[in-house]
Design a protein around this ligand. Structure first.
Ligand code: PNS
Length: 203
C-alpha cells in the first residue's frame, strides 16, 4: 500500500463535542461551530440541560435556536445533555471537547475543567480555540443583561435569537427599539464570553 493510501485508510474519524449552556446562542458560538465543523469529522453541540443554572431559555428553546442556525452543516448535530460531560462524550463516542477562549481570564477555569475531564475520562482531550477577535467581549450573559435593559444586541446574536430575546423579555416580537436598525460592531457568526474570575463558571 502506498504511503498516502495507508494514511487515508488509517485516518481516524474524530467526533468532537462543543458543550455549553447556549443561553442563548451568540455569534461567537456560531463562529466556533463554523471553525470546529471544518476541523473535525463530526461536531456535536451539547446543550447543558441544568435547571440549577436558572436559564432564560428552556433547553428546548435553546436547542431550536441552535438547530435552526446550524442546519446547513452536514457534520454538525445538536443534542441536550445533563449530568457529567464525560458520560455524554462516551455516549456519542466523542473524544474531543471544544471550548472557546476569549481572554486569559477564561483560561484558568477552562484549564481546570479540561484537566478534570481528562482525569475522569483519559481518552478525551480538550481543544481550546481562541474566540474570533470580533467576539472576544461577547457573552450570553452580557447579551441577556443588555436585552433586559432594552439595549441593542444586534450583531452579537443571530437575528432569530435577537427576536426571541425580545419576545421573551418584552413579550413583543419586534427588535429592540434601542437598536433602531443600527448595527453593533460585527455581524458574522460566532460566540464569546466576558472576562471573569478563574473560579467562576463562565457564561
Ligand atoms: O457555556 P458554559 O455554561 O460555560 O458551559 C459549561 C459546561 C456545560 C461546559 C460545564 O458546566 C459542564 O461541562 N457541565 C456538565 C457537568 C460536568 O461534567 N461537570 C464537571 C466538569 S469538570
Amino acid at each position: 500500500m502506498r504511503n498516502h493510501t495507508r494514511q487515508a485508510a488509517m485516518k481516524k474519524h474524530v467526533i468532537a463535542i462543543y458543550p455549553g449552556s447556549f443561553d442563548p446562542l451568540t455569534n461567537g458560538h456560531l463562529d466556533l461551530i463554523h471553525r470546529g465543523a471544518k476541523l473535525f469529522d463530526e461536531l456535536v453541540i451539547a446543550i447543558l440541560d441544568n435547571p440549577d443554572k436558572d436559564p432564560l431559555f428552556t433547553p428546548r428553546e435553546r436547542r431550536e435556536m441552535v438547530e435552526a442556525m446550524t442546519a446547513h452543516y452536514d457534520n454538525v448535530r445538536v443534542e441536550r445533555f445533563d449530568g457529567l460531560l464525560v458520560e455524554f462524550a462516551k455516549k456519542v463516542s466523542a473524544n474531543v471537547i471544544v471550548r472557546g477562549i476569549r481572554a486569559i481570564s477564561d483560561y484558568e477555569y477552562e484549564l481546570q475543567m479540561a484537566l478534570m475531564n481528562h482525569k475522569l475520562y483519559p481518552q478525551m482531550d480538550t481543544v481550546f480555540m481562541p474566540s474570533a477577535e470580533a467576539y472576544s467581549y461577547v457573552s450570553s450573559r452580557l447579551v441577556k443583561g443588555i436585552a433586559r435593559l432594552g439595549g441593542p444586541v444586534h450583531g452579537f446574536v443571530p437575528a432569530m435569537v435577537e427576536e426571541r430575546l425580545h419576545r421573551k423579555l418584552n413579550g413583543s416580537s419586534r427588535r429592540s427599539a434601542a437598536s433602531n436598525g443600527k448595527r453593533t460592531p460585527s455581524t458574522t457568526e460566532g460566540e464569546a464570553k466576558p472576562k471573569r474570575k478563574a473560579t467562576r463558571t463562565r457564561k
